[in-house]
Design a protein around this ligand. Structure first.
Ligand SMILES: N[C@@H](CCC[C@H](N)C(=O)O)C(=O)O
Length: 276
């Protein structure tokens, strides 16, 4: 089976076209091909499927084999693969995901997809939907205890669950240690992605993410979007924010509570997966 490997701000993916339903276990395939030593190596696997109602459908699996409903950096790479392989022939199209329909707008340069803008919808504050185990109506600006330390967090659902921790400085050791502890804290029955956010000024933030299902990644698209949304919601930033992560930059705009994410999609290589 043919594959492409791409990255979006350093968050890397294997993309396959399985509209003919040839693969029967995507979880197994994700673990196998995403392995950094025994596979191609990636943070996740993206699969193109046929959609009854939209231009195409995206499925996503983390490198540990768990399925997630949405992937922000992934959908930009997915859109580049779909357009450059003539699976869709439009510059604006709709992708069905398990988190709802995502509207894609491609920026084309010399016939190739250079960057992609995605309407990833409105963040959902409802703890039952995120889910967060609490009686509160929202879980914003709340203290939790992690390893005997009080940590202030805010959590929303933006396709997948995202928790934001504002910090004075980004410290990778802290992201690795507290990221995993917060991810698996018992108030999160389905775990959470964890974003450590430094606000530089009204229009610039830095985000470092610990991801559910893959650990530390160089960037997380839905995480960066949720971070920009919460920073704006709490009055720390404006509705247009440049976001820097270790692997690259994204631009986030919030209009009427809808989050628009814009960023790169870069092809690394292509090849054939044997024995699939
Ligand atoms: N890297 C992604 C998010 C992927 C899903 C996440 N790890 C989860 O399991 O919730 C992004 O760019 O949004």
């Amino acid at each position: 089976m043919k594959f492409w490997k791409l990255h979006g701000a350093g968050n890397d993916f294997i993309v396959i076209d399985d509209r003919e339903n040839k693969v029967n276990d995507y979880s197994y395939l994700a673990k196998k091909v995403c392995h950094r030593h025994f596979g191609v190596g990636a943070d996740g696997l993206l699969i193109i499927k046929k959609s009854d109602d939209y231009d195409c459908k995206m499925l996503y699996y983390n490198c540990d084999g768990s399925q997630a409903k949405m992937c922000g950096n992934g959908i930009r790479c997915f859109a580049k693969f779909a357009y450059e392989n003539n699976i869709v022939d439009k510059e604006n199209f709709d992708v069905e995901t398990l988190a709802g329909t995502q509207q894609i707008r491609l920026n084309i340069l010399n016939g190739m997809v250079d960057s992609v803008k995605v309407n990833i919808g409105k963040p959902n504050f409802n703890p039952k939907h995120i889910p967060v185990d609490t009686n509160k109506e929202k879980f914003i600006n709340e203290d939790i205890i992690v390893d005997n330390k009080k940590i202030n967090i805010s959590t929303v659902l933006l396709g997948v669950p995202h928790t934001v921790v504002f910090v004075d400085e980004i410290n990778k050791d802290q992201v690795l240690k507290y990221g995993e502890l917060i991810e698996k804290h018992n108030i999160f029955p389905q775990n959470t992605n964890v974003n450590f956010v430094k606000v530089i000024d009204e229009e610039n933030i830095v985000v470092s993410t610990w991801e559910r299902g893959c650990g530390y990644t160089l960037a997380c698209g839905t995480g960066i979007s949720a971070s920009a949304f919460i920073a704006n919601y709490l009055g720390k930033t404006s509705n247009k924010v440049n976001v820097v992560s270790e692997g690259g930059k994204l631009f986030i705009e919030i209009i009427d509570d809808i989050v628009y994410m814009q960023g790169p999609a870069v092809k690394i290589c292509e090849g054939i997966l044997e024995g699939i």
